[in-house]
Design a binder for this molecule. Sequence first.
Ligand SMILES: [Zn+2]
Length: 244
Amino acid sequence: MNIRKFRIILLIILIIVSVYCFVTISQMAHHSESTSDNTTLTHEIIVNNTTESLGSVEVIRNVGNPNSKKIAYVIGVHPLENDTHKTLLKVLLSSSNLNYCYDIYIINVSENFSSYGQLLPDDEPGRDSGQNLALKYVYPLISKGSYELVVDVHAHGGAYPYDTFVFSPIDGALAESYGRNISQSTENISYYNPNHTTSGPYLTVPLNQHGIPAIYYEENSFLSQNIKDNHMLELIHAVDNIKF
Ligand SMILES: [Zn+2]
């Protein structure tokens, strides 16, 4: 075989290998697309432009395994803390192979709210609006929704002894044991009840009082996005592995 023939054969082999790799990779990509979760996901506006003009409430249903037990996440009760709300949406919606079925209740406040690092303390009217929307529109739906657990996602400015923690606003409730379970099964999430919340009476306290376990997730707003993503991933996996 002369050098020219050898080069041609080598070129043909290279082309065959490239085509094979391309086909395999695109099949893999298509496979993961067609088998990913969330094919039954729905998006519903619960209330928009309320008469009080507080904002809107929406829900994304059936994230994860739609045939399994249901868990609710709530974001937006305190609009100022929206960096952590966005993190929950991003990480939960991109999680695959989840065991349970998740509904995400999203509160969008239209009134003013400040932003960490700019207008501390958080005393804009939007804070009350988020709480009022939670009590009026989210609480009734969750209390009728057959949920095993509710996680209300918040952020803080670093005034607590832990950056990242979960807690039940009522000591001794079933929610406390779920919260402690999450803390024990994660590296970076502590269990810590600050014993005072402004939003408790608007969502997590009445839920617990009516037999629906509801916990807070609190994240330090000043951590890097990368760390917040990792903590959120820990929360989502720990919740997804609780035995109900
Ligand atoms: Zn909050």
